[in-house]
Design a protein around this ligand. Sequence first.
Ligand SMILES: Cc1cc2nc3c(=O)[nH]c(=O)nc-3n(C[C@H](O)[C@H](O)[C@H](O)COP(=O)(O)OP(=O)(O)OC[C@H]3O[C@@H](n4cnc5c(N)ncnc54)[C@H](O)[C@@H]3O)c2cc1C
Length: 260
Amino acid sequence: MSTHQYDLLIIGAGVSGSALLYETARYTSIQHIGIIEKYAAPARVNSLSSNNSQTLHCGDIETNYTLDKALKVQRAARMLANYCLSQPDKDHLIYKYPKMVLGVGARECELLRARFTQLEPHYPNLRLFETKDIARIEPAVATGRNGQLRGEPIVARTLGRYRRARDFLIPRLQNIPGVEAAAPPGAMYAFFRIRGVADSLDFCKRLVAEHGLGLAPGSAFGPEGEGFVRWCFAASEARLADGIERLERAVRGEKPLRAP
Ligand SMILES: Cc1cc2nc3c(=O)[nH]c(=O)nc-3n(C[C@H](O)[C@H](O)[C@H](O)COP(=O)(O)OP(=O)(O)OC[C@H]3O[C@@H](n4cnc5c(N)ncnc54)[C@H](O)[C@@H]3O)c2cc1C
């Protein structure tokens, strides 16, 4: 077996490792550079085009960016877009698609309006759509089941209901021995680990069959989700309390109290 010595050895040939390889080979005097990839080809994980959303982030819809950061990202994104557009096969490299950030509820809508005013001078293609504009483009987003425009108070009330359900469920989950649950800041799901559960799909199948409780296995959301389960808490407190009882009996390995 031959041995090689490298001055720089890069582990992982995703976009970061490959870019580092290019940069160091092109712009430094380092002589021997190697890259090691555990899969048979580069970019098989997050950097594979079918494994990510392929969005060129340019700071316009990233609501957590300061203006300074957005403009820095915009400069870098322009360089990449210009590079792609200068290539002979540009039609296979880069596509134009609209992207959107949606505000729900009075507070988010106010933040987005303020952000629009701040960003508009720097992003000439940016548009602000109010509820009626959204209803024209995609009615189902803006209307309720009765076909009428959804008023903000309805959205606010819905959020309030989910928050109450979350605050009801999480402490009760945390009281079950072996359950490690953190309160989600948003969404209507609790995603929590159950110590000792190595196969979340098998656990959830048994939970439904034996205890009449339907939770989603964490493994359905990727390998990192193994050992976790997901609980949608858009339900009444009585239903959640009943579910807690069923889960606790399942985790303790006890028989169900009553037939599911
Ligand atoms: C669902 C999803 C959507 C996304 N959408 C976007 C988007 O729209 N726009 C955007 O800009 N970004 C997006 N991202 C993020 C983007 O895909 C990643 O930030 C980027 O691909 C990370 O590249 P990387 O090279 O750092 O990591 P990776 O692509 O994960 O590469 C790491 C490489 O290291 C290898 N490796 C790991 N350990 C070892 C080892 N011990 N020995 C050898 N090799 C090893 C792995 O096999 C892999 O090939 C998204 C990510 C996801 C998951």
